[in-house]
Design a binder for this molecule. Structure first.
Ligand code: HEM
Length: 131
């Protein structure tokens, strides 16, 4: 019951939610994240999360995660950052990324929370162009 409730919360969340394993491979992705990035679920589960970002992060992201695994030193986990994502059609959008580490039955996964900022950014540009 509790698992069903948690699943319903995640499936209906407004923000995108993605979980990856320790090597960056996507295990779960909610409908909101699929809509934001323009993919179907079957196209992303089992793929590296780096497919969702432009260069140079795309080619560096495995190393970012490996650095964290080896050093324990976080740059985004527990802090958050504004980053740029890349959709299936190649277009890009800004979002606030929150990452947390989840230790769970002798395994470690990472959850990413994706809050789209494209509307806010457009509004900021409009405001700037008035002044
Ligand atoms: C680290 C970018 C998505 C998990 C990083 C760093 C960058 C980055 C720049 C390293 C920061 C540094 O070393 O200074 C991005 C971009 C994304 C993205 C552009 C766009 C799609 C995700 C998602 C997850 C994730 C969805 C989790 C589901 C991690 C982890 C680290 C990391 C675990 C290493 C720990 C840390 O630095 O705190 N990412 N990321 N990333 N990212 Fe991502």
């Amino acid at each position: 019951e509790r698992a069903k409730l948690l699943n319903a919360i995640i499936e209906n969340a407004i923000d995108g939610i993605i979980t990856i394993d320790e090597f960056g491979i996507i295990e779960h992705i909610n409908p909101s994240a699929l809509t934001l990035f323009g993919f179907d679920r079957k196209e992303l589960v089992g793929k590296n999360v780096s497919v969702l970002m432009p260069q140079p992060d795309k080619e560096r992201h495995d190393q970012y995660i490996a650095n964290y695994r080896h050093s324990g030193h976080a740059h985004i986990i527990g802090i958050g950052r504004e980053v740029v994502g890349q959709r299936k059609d190649g277009s890009r959008f800004p979002f606030r990324l929150g990452v947390s580490e989840v230790k769970f039955s002798d395994r470690r996964i990472f959850t990413g929370f994706i809050h789209d900022l494209s509307r806010q950014k457009e509004d900021e540009l409009k405001i700037k162009s008035y002044t």
